[in-house]
Design a protein around this ligand. Structure first.
Ligand code: 2AM
Ligand code: CA
Length: 262
């Protein structure tokens, strides 16, 4: 499968950072970090991966801006292009050796996502998309699932935890959703939740309080697979509010109704 030069740059950068994350995951699994504290170790792994991504992406496209989870915003001379990068999405999973985490690289031009790559080093699943050219998982074209009924749908969500988000609202939304769908899931890596909806594995997904780098690549991968993405009110923009709701056109509309009523 032939992809454009920019996608090749993104994939190469993701694979190099992934090798570093995999080595670090091995350390965690061997429990060699227990004395130093695994959380600090993961933060170091995260930072290392982000610096690799910054180096590779900036070398290939000098001047593009860069927004990363760890290093914040780094301006470039080219004000129209920005990389939006999460070097390790699903940090808690990574820390626990749960193989659901990813490197997420999005490219924005003039405020529009134009390319996205999400790579899970644990199972070698590589998702890519470019504006107008479709989405792919390991070179297989993706399309969202066609299910129209909520009672046949498997839906993923996010859960607020101590110190983050509105627990009462989440409880109401979960209760409402639970009674309507075939299955509710909580995987813990927003980028992969979006990629799973793009791949038709999940029928829909919503989560609140996310950051742009959790969503950037996933949004274009999902849109290019025919999915609908919005904020949780349906009008707002997820990248601005941090609240995201998605699915195929039918499930997206159904999820909106359930959340509005909750
Ligand atoms: P992270 O693993 O990179 O932190 C889990 O519900 C999802 O929410 C993950 O994609 C996680 O990304 C993201 N997230 C964003 N902000 C978070 C925070 N403050 N605490 C935990 N997860 C957060
Ligand atoms: Ca993240």
């Amino acid at each position: 499968m032939l992809h454009s030069a920019v996608i090749n740059v993104m994939v190469k950068a993701a694979r190099r950072a992934a090798r570093s994350l995999k080595r670090d995951l091995g350390e965690i699994e061997n429990l060699q970090v227990s004395l130093k504290g695994p959380a600090n170790f993961v933060t170091a792994a995260d930072k290392r991966a982000e610096e690799m991504l910054y180096t590779d992406l900036t070398k290939a496209r000098p001047g593009y801006g860069f927004i990363g989870e760890e290093g914040g915003t780094r301006e470039g001379a080219d004000k129209s292009h920005t990389w939006i990068v999460d070097p390790l999405d699903g940090t808690t999973n990574f820390l626990h050796g749960i193989p659901q985490f990813a490197i997420s690289i999005g490219l924005q031009r003039e405020g529009t996502m134009i390319a996205g790559v999400i790579y899970n080093p644990a199972n070698d699943e590589l998702y890519i998309a470019e504006r107008g050219k479709g989405s792919f998982l390991n070179d297989k074209r993706l399309r969202v699932a066609g299910r129209k009924k909520l009672n046949e749908a498997v839906i993923a969500c996010g859960l607020p935890h101590i110190g983050r988000g509105d627990l009462e609202l989440a409880a109401r939304e979960l209760g409402a959703m639970q009674s309507r769908v075939a299955g509710l899931r909580r995987f813990g890596a927003a980028s992969l939740d979006l990629a799973f909806v793009a791949a038709g594995r999940l029928d829909g997904y919503w989560e609140r309080n996310l950051q742009p780098w959790d969503m950037a690549a996933g949004i274009i991968i999902l849109r290019e697979a025919g999915g609908i993405v919005s904020g949780v009110t349906g009008q707002d923009d997820a990248m601005t509010t941090g609240d995201i709701l998605c699915g195929n056109e039918f499930i997206h509309a159904e999820l909106l109704k359930v959340l509005k009523a909750a």
